[in-house]
Design a protein around this ligand. Structure first.
Ligand code: FAD
Length: 432
């Protein structure tokens, strides 16, 4: 990476990644693992909203039925929805992508369970269950305790909105009779409203952990397992979790809270610290305002508080998400792609964006809008030719999937990022 000091700052890199959601971060991780120099630019996006669970495929496309075996579900998907992004990637590559992504998180103190053969039935903030492939280690004992029907106390916190032990017990009682709930006040936050992020940062301090541990022991009763809202540290949650288990003698698990929540913020902060340590140039909280693609290089333009920046790259991965993150724009007369005006596959008119009933089990056509790509995840023009050989697109911006409905948000992001980096690697001509 070269950096020359002029009024416009110039960076030269092999790969530029646009977007800092799971897809963009995954692309940077896969590129760095392959020795590809990488610059990533991204504004704040949906990553802060995630539960921290990494879903692969929890529900077949358009069918409200929970899948226990996501690999079997993938095979069915290949027949029912061949254009779905996951249908275009070999199961072995998806497995490798998850393994590499979770290994990176584990290396930086946020251990994840390994991608297994079955989905894990993980707890939602309201005590319902959702199928997912990998969960943070801090949350792993919850699904296990549910499966074992272990005596367990859900602890909620005075002043914490959107997380109720009573609601959780009410929703789980029939499947988990030995579940009960107690409420505590968080140390030094006994009055008024409390926030997960503030408590998580407070638990970075050993003295706060010791005080919380005493409170937890006081409400454990006969239970040996305890569930808490996800507040166990912002950095190195593995360590905070292990220490609370040691101090209390209990098996402890976290449950994600309503977004924006600690589990997503942890991921974002980990990526922002870890990627520069691994050699990436990361320009967070900024948007690329223009992207030009020439025969020999791509140029990204943006600016920060020090002035204009130009990034010159051999290949570019577009991971700008859908509407919430600004990758796609919805107008009265149609949906457009924000940066390059790439063609967007979409319903033929606005009247067809939504079905009549909000809860229609088939979902809404607008949620499948997105851009078309070839087998290497390069965007296509309307005539199906490649838009530019240096451009790749990954994650939720792609067409033909409804990740919310199919419980496949992170899976699409991680697997398509992997495939695009492998494609870009061939183009950049790095040895395997
Ligand atoms: C409420 C909620 C809960 C979720 N829960 C789960 C879950 O339990 N399990 C799961 O697997 N997934 C979950 N997800 C999905 C997951 O967080 C991601 O949304 C999904 O994986 C898609 O990721 P992405 O990187 O493609 O897009 P996004 O996460 O949308 O990221 C796109 C990024 O691009 C940036 N960007 C856009 N335009 C530009 C530009 N011009 N220049 C630079 N940057 C730009 C945005 O700021 C953003 O950072 C959840 C999402 C939400 C919103």
């Amino acid at each position: 990476m070269q950096h020359t000091q002029q009024s416009t700052r110039h960076f030269t890199t092999e790969l530029a990644v646009i977007g800092s959601g799971i897809a963009g971060f995954a692309a940077s991780i896969f590129a760095l693992n392959r020795g590809i120099s990488t610059a990533q630019v991204g504004n704040t996006g949906a990553v802060a909203y995630t539960t921290g669970y990494l879903d692969l495929l929890g529900q077949p496309d358009g069918v409200p039925h929970t899948m226990t075996d996501p690999w079997q579900a993938l095979q069915t998907l290949r027949t029912s929805s061949p254009q779905h992004p996951l249908s275009r990637i070999a199961a072995t590559d998806i497995q490798q992508a998850f393994a590499e992504f979770t290994a990176f998180l584990t290396e930086f103190g946020l251990t994840y369970t390994s991608p297994g053969k079955q989905n894990i039935m993980a707890l939602s903030p309201i005590g319902t269950l959702k199928p997912t492939l990998c969960v943070p280690l801090t949350m792993a004992a919850g699904p296990q305790a549910l499966a074992d029907k272990a005596a367990c106390v859900i602890v909620d916190i005075h002043g914490l909105k959107g997380f109720s032990g009573t609601e959780m017990v009410a929703n789980l009682r029939t499947q988990w009779p030995a579940l009960s709930t107690r409420r505590i006040s968080f140390p030094d936050m006994e009055r008024g409203e409390v926030y997960p992020e503030v408590m998580a940062r407070a638990l970075q301090v050993p003295a706060t952990r010791a005080r919380l541990a005493e409170l937890l022991k006081g409400v454990a009763g006969h239970a040996t397992v305890m569930g808490l809202p996800a507040i166990l540290g912002m950095h190195d949650p593995d360590q905070v979790h292990a220490e609370l288990e040691r101090l209390t003698g209990l098996t402890i698990f976290e449950i994600p809270t309503m977004p924006p929540a600690v589990a997503g913020l942890r991921l974002r902060e980990l990526f922002e610290q870890a990627l520069p340590q691994r050699g990436a140039t990361l320009i967070p909280q900024q948007k690329v305002t223009a992207l030009t693609l020439a025969a020999d290089a791509a140029t990204l333009e943006l600016s920060d508080s020090y002035g204009a920046i130009r990034i010159h790259a051999q290949a570019v991965i577009l991971a700008t998400g859908r509407f919430l993150s600004g990758g796609l724009d919805a107008h009265p007369d149609g949906i457009t792609e924000h940066l390059l005006n790439l063609p967007v596959t979409q319903p033929s008119s606005r009247a067809e964006w939504y079905r009549e009933r909000y809860t229609d089990p088939r979902g809404h056509p607008i949620h499948r809008a997105g851009i078309e790509v070839d087998h290497r995840f390069r965007p296509l023009r309307k005539d199906t030719s490649i838009f530019h050989e240096r451009l790749f697109a990954v994650g939720s911006i792609l067409a033909h999937h409804d990740w919310i409905r199919s419980r496949s948000g992170a899976g699409i992001a991680i697997a398509t990022a992997y495939q695009a980096v492998v494609g870009a690697q061939r183009f950049i001509k790095k040895p395997e």
